[in-house]
Design a protein around this ligand. Structure first.
Ligand SMILES: N[C@@H](CCC(=O)N[C@@H](CS)C(=O)NCC(=O)O)C(=O)O
Length: 258
């Protein structure tokens, strides 16, 4: 069968519990929008956005562990834009994926009849098309915390405890902690903005994977970072779009083993 449509399994854990999820198999040229689709809250007149996302590898039919996709979904959720989720098995990419994004990557979103790839481009385009509520981060704050993800990956991949990768991550987190102390609780102050929606999923992956593979956690001395993570991770939109812990662990395994 070319197209499988599934309701999500559970409302209690990660994933878009109220969405009708679609998994597209090989052989179909373009994803078809389900006539039975259910949409998310708000903007009654708007056509739901189509969002291609990674499918779970541990629980097929559920949202997978892509922090870039979660960033896009958080943006859409915070703006209360209706959307349909189309899950893609990245281990067995369908042909249509390469037609709408030659790189074969997700997230991809259809905006004004055009498929757009890359979370930077997508979130910017959504901000322009749906300016309210504004999630714009002032340019001078947009790169706050942006080195945390690469330093986390460096430490995760490291096999030598004395190679400085842990310290590099701690330095980035300490710098973010001191920024939050003076400017927080979020990157743009009192309100959540695009930079938080980009960083939050990456910190979530950091917490789960370093906890699992290195028995490591953010030190208590970095209290502002800890409280930032707690606040972001407990947002309704975050809980609704976060990956399963098992998927995050499985997703990073090749990097750890490689
Ligand atoms: N720069 C891209 C990165 C997207 C990306 O790397 N997506 C991963 C899943 S998290 C993917 O589709 N990987 C499939 C592949 O590399 O073949 C963005 O921000 O959207």
């Amino acid at each position: 069968m070319a197209v499988l449509l599934r309701s999500s399994a559970s409302a209690t854990t990660a994933g878009p519990s109220s969405a009708l999820l679609a998994t597209f198999g090989r052989g179909r040229l373009l994803p078809r929008v389900s006539p039975q689709r259910r949409t998310f809250v708000g903007r009654a007149s708007a056509q739901p956005l189509e969002v291609c996302a990674k499918e779970s590898i541990t629980a097929p039919g559920r949202l997978g562990d892509c922090p870039f996709t979660q960033r896009v979904l958080l943006t859409i959720e915070e703006k209360k834009i209706p959307y349909d989720l189309k899950l893609v098995d990245l281990a067995n990419k369908p042909d249509w994926l390469f037609q709408i994004n030659p790189e074969g990557k997700v997230p991809i979103v259809k905006l004004e009849d055009k498929w757009i790839a890359d979370s930077d481009v997508i979130t910017q385009a959504i901000e322009e098309k749906y300016p309210e509520p504004s999630l714009a981060t002032p340019p001078e704050k947009a790169s706050i915390g942006s080195k945390i993800f690469s330093t986390f990956i460096g430490f995760l991949k490291s096999k030598d405890p004395s190679d400085g990768t842990e310290q590099a991550l701690l330095d980035e987190l300490a710098s973010f902690d001191s920024y939050l102390k003076d400017n927080g609780p979020f990157i743009n102050g009192e309100t959540i903005s695009a930079a938080d929606l980009s960083l939050g999923p990456k910190l979530y992956h950091m917490e789960i994977s370093l906890g699992h593979y290195k028995n490591w956690s953010v030190p208590d001395s970095l209290a502002h970072v800890k409280s930032y993570m707690k606040s972001v991770f407990s947002m309704d939109s975050f809980v609704k779009t976060r990956a399963l812990t098992e998927d995050v662990i499985a997703g990073w395994r090749p990097k750890v083993m490689g």
